[in-house]
Design a protein around this ligand. Structure first.
Ligand SMILES: [Zn+2]
Length: 413
């Protein structure tokens, strides 16, 4: 296609690769003036929507390489650069990861194509679980999952929730790794109970009585629907699972063919916030394992140790890791980028729509915004995905603690 920018009247040639998604909203910025240009392609008649920010003119293929040019595809990162005939986004993607891996990526895309249409229903089911009518949740979730729950007891209602979460978010996670991790949690709990059940029960009573456990569960759950909302720009980030050459934290100048940074930066901050609280539970278990007291942190010599788990909760996320000595849970340090999180939290992050480059300033001191760091929107969405996965692993830990509480401690709250 070819369009003329409404703002600067300069022409851009566009090569659009088609996804299997019913509706495909695209967005890019005019390379001459930076103004956003939007359009939507539909697979069925009447689903498409014309251009906003530009008007279409007849296109003459093959394109020349002097005119502005963009490649677009929703399902994977697309290279910036000049038009090369035949180097379609699809072929370039296959070249990048090979046919077999492309098939795996494609399987997830197909799941997403079905799931995104159920976004509203999934959001509502999660809302119902968090509300105070378990019976209504049971009826609706049974219908959605096309299965029957054993009863309306808390353990079976919880089973419904976690089945829902597993189904609805399967394309976003590494299913095998989640299964392994989630199946390991009960062993950690049983091991601790064998060691000293009173101590373990004290800790879990503490988590439950302060409502810490319930709050961290509900606050985490609340973020799941937002991940489904981010399904479009997460597609290229998911693609990177299959690209061995991709290094997290590096600069990846590749285009995400939709949407904006500003929509997702709060989500990243919110996930970091939940992770920051989930790690308190990890630390409590670690202290029980190594010192038999959930409040007892290791003596690292060089700095004053937290005097209690409460004390630990107030430490900044990055420094929390120092106190997880020989930790039973492998924490992916990539999952939270403290510099980026701080910059976002304090509005010191700028986004250039046309290059998709994020510039952020982690240092807060002074009037000058010194020491800028940069990353592409694609790298950012990758970080968002990794953080979500970490939150998801720990969400399963919360689930296991609830099962322990209900089935072993015989307490329902
Ligand atoms: Zn323009």
């Amino acid at each position: 296609m070819s369009v003329i920018c409404d703002t600067c009247e300069v022409q851009t040639n566009i090569r659009v690769g088609m996804s299997n998604r019913d509706v495909q909203p695209f967005r890019f910025c005019c390379q001459s003036c930076g103004s956003p240009i939007d359009f939507t392609v539909g697979r069925k008649a009447g689903q498409g929507k014309g251009f906003t920010g530009a008007r279409e003119i007849p296109a003459h293929a093959p394109f020349d390489d002097l005119t502005n040019f963009v490649d677009l595809h929703l399902d994977f990162p697309v290279k910036f650069g000049k038009y090369v005939m035949g180097n379609t986004p699809f072929l370039m993607a296959i070249q990048q990861i090979g046919h077999d891996r492309f098939a795996m990526h494609n399987q997830r895309l197909n799941q997403l194509n079905t799931l995104y249409e159920k976004q509203a229903e999934i959001r509502n089911l999660i809302r119902l679980y968090s509300g105070n009518d378990p019976q209504l949740f049971r009826i609706r979730v049974e219908k959605f999952l096309r299965t029957r729950l054993k009863s309306s007891k808390p353990e079976d209602i919880n089973a419904g929730l976690y089945l829902l979460v597993s189904r609805a978010f399967e394309p976003f996670v590494n299913v095998y790794s989640v299964k392994d991790t989630a199946e390991g949690y009960p062993n950690v709990l049983i091991g601790l109970a064998k060691k000293d059940k009173t101590k373990l029960d004290d800790f879990i009573d503490h988590l439950a009585n302060t409502r810490f456990l319930r709050n961290v569960q509900l606050d985490g759950l609340e973020l799941y629907p937002a991940i489904l909302d981010a399904e479009l720009p997460l597609r290229p980030a998911l693609f990177l699972d299959f690209d061995d050459k991709y290094e997290g934290g590096g600069l990846s100048p590749a285009r995400v063919s939709t949407d904006k940074f500003n929509t997702y930066k709060d989500l990243y901050k919110d996930i970091a916030e939940v992770l920051n609280r989930q790690v308190v539970i990890v630390a409590g278990f670690n202290n029980l394992l190594h010192r038999g007291d959930y409040n007892a942190f290791p003596d690292l010599g060089r700095k004053k140790q937290p005097t209690s788990l409460n004390d630990f909760a107030d430490i900044p996320f990055g420094s929390k890791m120092d106190w997880l000595d020989n930790c039973w849970f492998y924490f992916d340090r990539e999952a939270v980028d403290n510099h980026l999180r701080n910059a976002i939290a304090h509005f010191k992050a700028e986004y250039d729509d046309s290059t998709q480059l994020i510039t952020y300033f982690p240092k807060l001191e002074g009037m000058e915004q010194e020491k800028a760091q940069t990353m592409y929107f694609l790298d950012f969405m990758r970080k968002l995905l990794i953080s979500f996965r970490e939150m998801h692993y720990l969400h399963h830990l919360v689930k296991s603690i609830f099962y322990y509480r209900i089935l072993i401690q015989k307490k329902d709250r």
